[in-house]
Design a protein around this ligand. Structure first.
Ligand code: AMP
Length: 200
């Protein structure tokens, strides 16, 4: 299974991706995680991406396309993968189409997790407060200024993908305002996966 999860920052893409990984035995490919690892390791990609990410802007397409292309060639991605945070622009989606055309099975679907922007800001503020209360390190881009930029990037650069995948008949939208379990069930339904008996 090859899936894309689309949604603004704070929509719960990572949480839902993890659940799909456990359920379907596929790998989660999060470009945000890969870039943060590169920043942490101080690689050339990391040095290029660090300040851009801290501001909340998007890293150049060719950088992320290169990372994803290398990653989907790894043996653990052969069974399938779920892309979390990629593609984020139309040129990235076009590059992914070319990659998949060259490297095997096409996409099975694109799931949009739809969110109300006000609820999103409340949710992220709560997440930051909880992390701080636990003494955990907060992401450098989890601050009001960078969040504004991240939401703007989603609206302007990523939202056009809804139309891109809608036209291909691949897009399924679920209501991200519901509970984690309810969103998970909506994603299962969207993917046509049967619910376990009694599982709602
Ligand atoms: P995320 O963890 O998905 O919220 O990503 C964190 C940051 O990494 C984003 O705000 C961008 O700066 C960068 N990033 C992650 N994925 C991409 C992508 N596909 N294209 C461009 N920048 C990305």
């Amino acid at each position: 299974m090859r899936l894309i999860l689309l949604g603004p920052p704070g929509a719960g893409k990572g949480t839902q991706a993890q659940r799909l990984v456990d359920k379907h035995g596929i790998v989660q490919l999060s470009t945000g995680d890969m870039l943060r690892a590169a920043v942490g390791a101080g690689t050339p990609v990391g040095l290029k991406a660090r300040d851009i990410m801290a501001r909340g802007d998007l890293v150049p397409d060719e950088v992320v396309v290169g990372i994803v292309s290398d990653r989907i060639d790894q043996p653990d991605a052969r069974n399938g993968f779920i892309l979390d945070g990629f593609p984020r622009t139309v040129p990235q989606a076009e590059a992914l189409d070319r990659m998949l055309a060259a490297k095997g099975p096409a996409l099975d679907g694109v799931i949009e997790i739809r969110m109300d922007e006000k609820a999103l800001l409340d949710r992220i503020a709560t997440r930051i407060a909880q992390m701080e209360a636990r003494g955990e390190k907060v992401r450098p881009d989890d601050n009001p200024e960078a969040l504004k930029t991240r939401l703007h990037a989603y609206r302007v650069q990523t939202a056009p993908l809804l139309d891109y995948y809608g036209k291909k008949g691949l897009l399924r939208s679920v209501d991200g305002m519901a509970s984690i379990d309810a969103v998970a069930q909506a994603i299962d339904r969207a993917l046509g996966v049967k619910m376990p008996a009694g599982g709602g």
